[in-house]
Design a protein around this ligand. Sequence first.
Ligand code: TRP
Length: 335
Amino acid sequence: MNDKTKKTVLSGIQPSGHLCIGNYLGAIKNWVALQDSHNCIFLVVDLHALTVKQVPSELRNRCLSFVAQYMACGIDPERSLIVIQSHVPQHAELNWILNTLTYMGELSRMTQFKDKAGKHENNINAGLFTYPVLMAADILIYQADLVPVGHDQKQHLELARNVAQRFNTRYSETFVVPDGLIPKVGARVMSLQAPERKMSKSDENLNNLVALLDPPEVIVRKIKRAVTDSGSEIRFDEERPGIYNLLNIYASISNLSSDEIEARFAGKLYSEFKAELSDLLVEFLKPVQKRYAELMQDKSHLQTLLKSGADTARYLAQKTLTKVYRKVGFVPYPR
Ligand code: TRP
């Protein structure tokens, strides 16, 4: 983790809903690939999750479950830091400092805030509004160079860059200004029932997503019900978003090219293609689910890994925070 020749990558997912193949193909798969060439930190951002109402016991279980799912997908705690955000209090401390450098006007322009405020009309809390500042703290506290995020987080990342630059200008060079690592639009996994929208782990309609922990019969049913488009040809055609999405999922998991896939299904029925896609997903998820079950059976092992990750993360975070506190003019902790 402390290899100075490597750049630092940081990313995180909110523990809400069910991790799905959209999260895997759009994020976690790329994280796995970055582990050798970069110092990586992967967060489960539980502080962020509180911006919408949570059932405490469920939140607790889900955080541990997400950690185990990260690992089951190939995040290796020997090489990367896996950290639950609330285990590192420095995130919240830096969040406060950055709050004082962020303007109301900037936050009012965040489209995700406007979306979420619309969806949770009776719980538009201040945390929902300042959410991107905490995200900036997550990134800047580790001096991250690269931040893999989806398209929907581009604006938040831009805010993190602006706040970092603002601090550096006001108080002298302190933060690395992070770059985004944003995947191509074509690689996005879309909702099974509404393929014009992104597949979301928090979708209320579970038929829209294939969860990493879905049992085989559920996967078969969800793929069978996935919307396709009028016509019967099995071709990569963006004008037909339903079948296009299913074909993209097939391509990402099989690693076959679009030509190979089209040749394979030439003259076949949607139903035949869907059956093969379900098989592919089931076979792909089988070892992930097996590894997940093993990890969840040994909670004390998980706790040990989390403790060691959190200790390293706290050390790194405190280095930044001490510098920040000195620069803004706080009295050093007496010793
Ligand atoms: N806001 C991100 C999302 O909803 C999650 C997140 C929180 C994050 N902190 C982060 C992502 C830091 C990258 C880096 O997807």
